[in-house]
Design a protein around this ligand. Structure first.
Ligand SMILES: Nc1nc2c(ncn2[C@@H]2O[C@H](COP(=O)(O)OP(=O)(O)OP(=O)(O)O)[C@@H](O)[C@H]2O)c(=O)[nH]1
Length: 669
């Protein structure tokens, strides 16, 4: 059965849930699905039964890897919910979700407060200008503190928290919340909360905090300020409207609280989502304009095959329609369209601006590309994906496995733009690259379990790069083969020089037909072939400009192939003369630790060739080469009795010191 819906845009919310690993995103999302009637029982993460974590891997590991888009309904609104992964290795997933969201719920662990990864994700959301509401979760746990977490939101994240609720009771006795806007209390026993008077012992505190809320809003909102100076207390509706204006403008963030696990606080959080977070209409979505949609995720479904998740910004999508991939300039036909409900799907007859849906039938479109009306081509701003910094070599067990591996890698790379696969030119091995140890572990496990590839997998190693330190001018290479029938002949002369603003550039300066036009792209292709495997240790090269200066050809014996070979050989020779160097990935590392271990943590980072960027009362920021960070999880736990935590993301590539480079080069040879 298919359904046709024309959404009232003002009643749509496209939101994500973001947080540090284990803060309780998945548990909160599960409760949202339960209360909105999508799922009929509550799946627990620790039972491996959460509906959103539907991939087998996720069930095994109890963590969220792939963001799943789910549609649910709350108080007459359509809420498209995206559950984003919290582990730093999957930052790309978070980033691509933020790109298509209108708003987000930031979940914090009431005991741990603002943790490093919540900070990373918060900054990402800042970068994309995504309005947020906060949910301070786990208030049932021993040691939880709502106010400490609110302070951290202000201090660590530089946000303006608007406290709209106060917890009633603490830890085991946590029973409900005061709604400061309405001046009522919500108490949970089972299911929906009872709305009652604010408990007498909290009345004064509640009055004080409502005053603070009104002050904070008045300071930033003219309408409430006008009431305030006129001596009128704003009504609940006026306050709601002002909080919405501030939230949508990303000028402040309402803070809610509760315990997802104990089923407390989730319904008012949902109210907050529809009340305060923006709708696509706030972003100017237009159903009647020409189509503009962004593909933000590719997923292979065991039954349906390739599904492309798209966010529609303008216009409508219908099955059977031909659309243009604005980036590739190729036409694609839309197959069936689905609204996804985590583990279930609903076929729909059309989808409009502001919607997030899954589409079948797209063959050529990858993550970050735009779909548009062929008569009105547009390209929406694409997404940037960081380079893989860690690799493993994979050796298929048999020829059959090699074939399966090829298919698996293609599918996995389509789904995940932060995953790369290449063939090592020297060893012929297949090398997989990713964002971190866990990322690759998950990919390898999927390759084995989902695609049935039997393969030996090497130890994870750093993905180095190679570049050149200076220019090498006028390097010549002649490719000549005169054996047998038709010969091969191509001569090229090139210069190479360091290129700061692009990984690779090719400039053609050949004049007077010394190389026929049709062979110039072959020289370029040859240089790019050689870029894939540097002369030092076979790592991918970056930051090289090639200038093609001169050459010669032969009427009969010259071919594209010959010029490609000559280009590659000239390039290798030029690079050898241009002081090639090894680059290593350097990570931005943030460690949070009890103060007593601070000295030890700093000393250890130093021993790992780290450069300290900043030291706080309980935290250290440093830049450390990735090569020194293998096994850091365990070492840090050991040194701090498990009390410190860290997060790490790619920062930059830097020239490896000679001692390090020497070893890498020797190992490659
Ligand atoms: N005490 C308590 N535990 C909670 C609460 N919410 C979640 N948990 C537990 O915290 C753990 C992590 O919860 P998840 O929901 O998987 O956290 P997550 O943030 O989705 O984690 P990832 O998906 O791995 O990024 C689980 O064992 C939950 O049962 C809560 O309100 N109170």
């Amino acid at each position: 059965m298919t359904t046709t819906t024309r959404l009232d845009l003002a009643k749509v919310r496209n939101i994500g849930i973001m947080a540090h690993i284990d803060a309780g995103k998945t548990t909160t999302a599960e409760r949202i699905l339960f209360y909105t009637g999508v799922s009929h029982r509550i799946g627990e993460v620790h039972d491996g039964a959460a509906a959103l974590d539907y991939m087998k891997q996720e069930r095994d590991r109890g963590i969220t890897i792939t963001a799943a888009a789910t549609t649910c309904r709350w108080r007459g609104h359509t809420v498209n919910l995206i559950d984003t992964p919290g582990h730093v290795d999957f930052t790309v997933e978070v980033e691509r979700c933020l790109r298509v969201l209108d708003g987000a719920v930031a979940v914090f662990d009431g005991v741990a407060g603002v943790e490093p990864q919540s900070e990373t994700v918060w900054r990402q959301a800042d970068r994309y200008g995504v309005p947020r509401v906060c949910f301070v979760n786990k208030l049932d746990r021993a040691g939880a503190s709502f106010h400490r977490c609110v302070d951290m939101i202000a201090e660590r994240l530089g946000a303006v928290p608007l406290v709209v609720q106060l917890p009633i009771g603490a830890e085991d006795g946590f029973a409900g919340v005061v709604d400061l806007v309405a001046g009522r209390a919500l108490m949970w026993t089972d299911g929906d909360p009872d709305v009652v008077d604010v408990p007498a012992d909290l009345a004064d505190t509640a009055r004080e905090w409502r005053g603070r809320l009104v002050d904070a809003v008045a300071e930033r909102d003219e309408e409430v300020m006008a009431l305030y100076t006129g001596g009128t207390e704003p009504s609940a509706e006026q306050l709601h409207a002002a909080i919405r204006r501030l939230t949508v403008a990303a000028g402040a963030t309402p803070v809610f609280c509760g315990s997802a696990l104990r089923n407390k606080g989730v319904q008012p959080l949902l109210d907050g989502v529809v009340r305060y977070l923006p709708s696509p209409a706030d972003a100017g979505a237009d159903d009647d304009g020409p189509l503009a949609a962004l593909a933000f995720k590719i997923m292979s479904d065991r039954h349906l095959g390739r599904l492309t998740f798209v966010r529609i910004y303008a216009g409508r999508l219908e099955p059977g329609r031909t659309v243009l991939n604005g980036v590739k300039g190729r036409r694609e036909r839309i197959g069936k369209i689905y609204r996804m409900h985590a583990d279930r799907r609903e076929e729909i007859a059309s989808a409009g601006a502001g919607d997030i849906v899954a589409v079948m039938g797209l063959k050529d479109t990858t993550t970050g590309e735009t779909l548009c009306d062929p008569a009105h081509p547009v390209v929406l701003e694409a997404m940037d994906f960081p380079a893989p910094v860690i690799e493993v070599a994979v050796e298929p067990a048999s020829r059959g496995d090699r074939e399966k591996l090829g298919a698996a890698l293609q599918r996995l790379a389509e789904e995940d733009p932060s995953f790369h696969a290449r063939t090592d030119a020297e060893t012929g091995q297949t090398v997989l690259g990713g964002m971190g140890e866990l990322h690759l572990e998950v990919l390898v496990q999927r390759m084995r379990e989902e695609f049935g590839v039997a393969a030996a997998v090497g130890r994870p190693r750093v993905a180095y790069r190679e570049t050149i330190r200076r220019a090498a001018r006028k390097v010549e290479y002649v490719h000549k083969k005169m054996t047998g029938g038709k010969g091969q002949y191509a001569k090229v002369q090139i210069s190479v020089e360091p290129c700061a603003d692009a990984p690779y550039e090719f400039v053609n300066q050949v004049t007077g037909g010394r190389i026929p036009k049709e062979f110039v792209p072959s020289v370029d292709a040859g240089c790019q072939d050689a870029m894939r495997s540097g002369v030092l240790a076979g790592h991918e090269m970056t930051g090289v400009r090639v200038v093609l200066l001169d050459g010669a050809f032969h009427d009969v014996d010259s071919s594209e192939q010959a010029f490609r070979i000559a280009g590659a050989q000239a390039f290798r020779e030029a690079v050898r003369r241009a002081s090639p160097v090894l680059l290593e990935p350097v990570m931005a590392v943030e460690v949070s630790t009890p103060a007593e271990y601070l000295g030890e943590v700093i000393g250890d980072l130093g021993a790992r060739r780290g450069r300290i960027d900043g030291i706080g009362a309980q935290e250290v920021r440093a830049r450390v080469p990735l090569a020194e960070m293998f096994g850091y999880v365990g070492d840090l736990r050991g040194a701090t009795s498990g009390r410190a935590a860290y997060s790490m993301r790619f920062d930059s590539y830097a020239e490896a010191p000679e001692a390090v480079a020497g070893k890498v080069v020797a190992a490659a040879r």
